[in-house]
Design a binder for this molecule. Structure first.
Ligand code: PLP
Length: 469
């Protein structure tokens, strides 16, 4: 059985999982979504409740992959993807209060939840490229966490060369070193003399440059890649089934930037997992929380915060939810997105806003509230949490409805953001075992100007596909 994917903007023919994996964005500028949502029965979920993470991951993801990858290969890639996590449960659940749990997503090799998806994505892409007997050049603009996770996931890949574009001076030392100290020959860290938006602008320009894109077989791993969402859906199942699902509804609060992680929770709900509320938590860059209140989705600029992975003006994956909220009418969706591009915003139609509020809640935390939550968690529980997790905990505790167990997603290890944690608590968090050498290893990094042609020239020079053809 092969799952087909369609574009939210309606223009392109449906494609299979392999193309969705390699292409990222659809040809009409839309995002890929499954043609229909696969569902699991109550009996399926009861049975899945006794599986370990890897076996459960297989069951949740296989309807989306279909026959694109053989079952044996898929199981093998799942096993290898999570072998490098430092906790046997992969994403352990820890009780933090009455009816409140923390879902720890930071036990992977680069200490943030991006590892959960990218460790698998790297292996699946390499397999598809091998099968097609070709190479690809993967580009990734990063504000910090995605770059490191991609480096670890693609290091030593047989068929993929990775080029990470990071903004000079804007990422923490731990984040930078996770991108620059890997020795694999197929990994290239490019330090751009600009900010994150400049890096992202260069990536977009390269994708729009047809000759270049074809010459190096350009591909992307940013958070709109559908396979990342699928891999993140798994831990909503493990958490809910551990807390009494499918016979008890569970709620989740998710620190949100590009809307990928919380959209994975929505996918779990569409598959039949009984989820009560999905709570969107934002920092002061609160476009989503404002949309929730007024129905108006409007850009107002980005302010830097202590939780930089949520400093986002446009939440790309929100388009996938809006598509469902307007009953999958691509013409309506295209109209809303045109408004966002041309006048900086759109207003959700009333029935769509109502549908949003039926499943989601939203809230935000400012910088003082974030720091206070880091401090309070340390005082009360002796635990250091990172600023992204603190934003979510603040929002979760402010929810009025408390009808179900609340799971708060903990998306990064405190040691990845040592300055913010030290400022709030006076204590500098230490890196977990296995990372102690990070601050001493040699770095390999190429400084480049904020210039598309310079980056293209570097990639042409260093990608295996342009050297072999
Ligand atoms: C990427 C990231 C987020 C935001 O996740 P989205 O899927 O973009 O909403 C939150 N916390 C951390 C630590 C992250 O790295």
């Amino acid at each position: 059985m092969a799952m087909k994917y369609i574009s939210t903007r309606g223009d392109t023919a449906s494609v299979g999982f392999e193309d969705v994996l390699l292409r990222g964005l659809a040809g009409d500028g839309g995002l890929y979504v499954p043609e229909r949502w696969p569902t699991l029965s109550r009996d399926d979920m009861v049975r899945m409740g006794s599986l370990n993470y890897q076996d459960l991951a297989y069951e949740v993801m296989v309807p989306f992959v279909g026959d694109a990858i053989s079952r044996e290969d898929f199981r093998r890639h799942i096993g290898a993807a999570y072998a490098g996590f430092n906790h046997r449960a992969i994403t352990p659940l820890v009780q933090t209060g009455t009816n409140e749990w923390s879902l720890e997503l930071h036990h992977g090799p680069t200490l943030a939840f991006k590892d959960v998806a990218l460790q698998l994505l790297g292996r699946l892409m390499d397999q598809v490229l091998r099968k097609r007997d070709t190479y690809a050049s993967i580009v990734c603009a990063t504000s910090g966490d995605t770059g490191g996770a991609a480096v670890d996931a693609f290091a030593g890949a047989e068929r993929a060369d990775l080029f990470v574009l990071l903004p000079r001076g804007r990422v923490s030392e731990v984040q930078r070193r996770m991108m620059t100290t890997n020795r694999a020959g197929n990994i290239h860290a490019l330090e751009i003399d600009g900010n994150f938006d400049d890096c992202q602008g260069i990536v977009k320009a390269m994708f729009a440059h047809d000759d270049f894109r074809k010459a190096v077989a350009l591909s992307g791993v940013n958070s709109i890649n559908w396979a990342r969402i699928v891999a993140q859906t798994v831990y909503y199942f493990t958490a809910a089934l551990a807390l009494g699902g499918p016979d008890r509804k569970v709620s989740f609060t998710v620190p949100t930037g590009n809307f990928g992680d919380i959209f994975a929770g929505y996918v779990a709900a569409r598959m039949g997992l009984p989820i009560d509320r999905l709570v969107i938590a934002t920092n002061i860059n609160d476009i989503l929380a404002r949309t929730f209140v007024s129905g108006r989705h409007e850009r107002t600029g980005v302010e830097p915060t202590a939780s930089p992975s949520m400093d986002i003006e446009i939440s790309s994956n929100f388009e996938r939810l809006v598509f469902d909220l307007v009953d999958r009418d691509p013409a309506v969706l295209r109209g809303l997105m045109a408004g966002l591009n041309q006048s900086g915003g759109f207003t959700l139609p009333a029935p769509a806003l109502e549908a949003l509020r039926a499943q989601f809640d939203a809230g935000s935390a400012d910088e003082a509230q974030t720091a206070a939550m880091i401090r309070r968690t340390h005082e009360e529980m002796g635990v250091l949490i990172d600023p992204h997790t603190a934003v979510a905990l603040h929002v979760a505790r402010g929810q009025e409805r408390k009808t179900s167990p609340m799971v708060v997603l903990s998306t990064a290890h405190a040691a990845k953001f040592p300055d913010a944690v030290e400022a709030a608590t006076g204590i500098r968090p230490v890196l977990p075992p296995g990372h102690d050498g990070l601050l001493d290893r040699d770095e390999r990094i190429t400084p480049l100007p904020n210039d598309v042609a310079a980056v293209e020239a570097f990639i042409l020079d260093h990608s295996r596909i342009s050297r072999t053809s």
